[in-house]
Ligand binder design. Sequence first.
Ligand code: BG6
Length: 506
Amino acid sequence: MDSIIKSQPTVVVIFGATGDLTWRKLVPAFYNLYLDGRLPDNFAIIGVGHRDISDADFRKKMHSGVDTFSRRGKSKKKEWEVFEQMLSYQRGDFTAKGTYDTVSKLIKKHEKEWGERSSHIFYMAVPPIYFETITTMLGATDMVNNRKTDRLVIEKPFGYDLDSAKQLNNLLHSMYDECQLYRIDHYLGKETVQNILAFRFANALFEPIWNRNYIEHVQITVSEKIGIENRGNYYELAGALRDMIQNHILQLMCLVAMEPPVSFNAEEVRNRKVDVMNAIRRIKPESVNKYAVRGQYGEGWTHGKKVKGYRQEPDVNEKSNVETYAAVKFYIDNWRWQGVPFYLRTGKRMNETTSMITIQFKNVPHQSFPDEAAGNWQPNRLVLNIQPHMDIRLRFQAKKPGLEMLLRPVDMIFDYNEEYSSGSPEAYETLLLDVMEGDSTLFMRADQVEASWDLLMPIIKMWKDNPATNFPNYAAGLQGPEEAEALIAKDGHNWMVPPAAPEKEK
Ligand code: BG6
């Protein structure tokens, strides 16, 4: 194993410590970092929440989270017993100064023991209504005054629209340096997503054809079989556009479309991504219907079980006009991508759970083979499967074995699970380690967030001002609304679905 350089002593304070995110993702991720020897020797997590529970209760709850959600399965007794010593809990009202005084005392206690000041990381695992309060209260303390080592991690959604995102950025910038702010988008921590950069910029092969001369169109699909689960309160204020496209899917698009960075440096990589955002053509209000489609699921079937429609979910208005499906077509106005459509779509309660990027190449310029040979002919296609399949597939034509010249498509596949036996770290492991090490490459900078809101504002406004009249317009467990098929079909394409492999011929 490579020798590991550990971060300096660190205290992580999690606001929202009794919530789902801490239980399912954050503490299991820290636990795996501990098992991998990646935590600093002097390390502590202080959970802060509204509920009145003891350290022991908190540790017990976190233990169940690790046992249920850790990628390594159930924890081992000895290892857990060491790790749990790093966890403590503090009940606190986020609006009360006393809460921050207590946290400060707890941090100082650790530092006294360690004999040095530690890095302070404050994680906002709370609903966005608390962002302003917590960051303002913290900003008034000395816990965040070391610009080099004290950091804030802010979960999505960052803002509700362009104005609120700007307002939040302005507030944060009045108290913190941008280099202290880690706006998290967990998609960027996924192995397969990070690999897009490696695939594009560590190989010479694809770059010459990665442009409008060879690429016909690009599709990005993130579909989920699950509904909104128990997040009605959140989802009613979000919808698919805000929940997935504003952040995860636009980030994927930037990774596909960005220019090669000069170096793998946080500012350089983020600059190249912002360039893409700035070059994406703004959709005019009168054209929203031509470029964007929305949908909402009604009742249907999934996993052989009858499931509720969105409007019947808990905490959802029975006349809700919130979209659970969104598809958008964008163009990028620059030399590389002029005229190449990028189709993005996402939906809840779809027929498949999949995140995939398809690069569809153009036809060959001249078909040399007779029609009889080319019966099953398909243009080249590159599929980057993000999850749950983790692979990259390049489809090309090959001669079918036999006495005649018959062509058929085949796939060349790089499959993560076949290639590597060691499991990949979870996105949160990568991202939390990056925060501890002060590497913000995979985090959203203020201008990135604002640019992506800016891009979506015409759609958001149009949809708000013109409530859908046909909701629900797709049944749970199916492919989404018909209008989304039309969005892409009118350009002569269709949505790709996994598995991307061509059927084997006998
Ligand atoms: C979250 C969204 O950001 O991402 C959820 O709020 C969505 O609605 C989730 O289900 C998907 O993440 P993943 O990692 O499960 O694909």
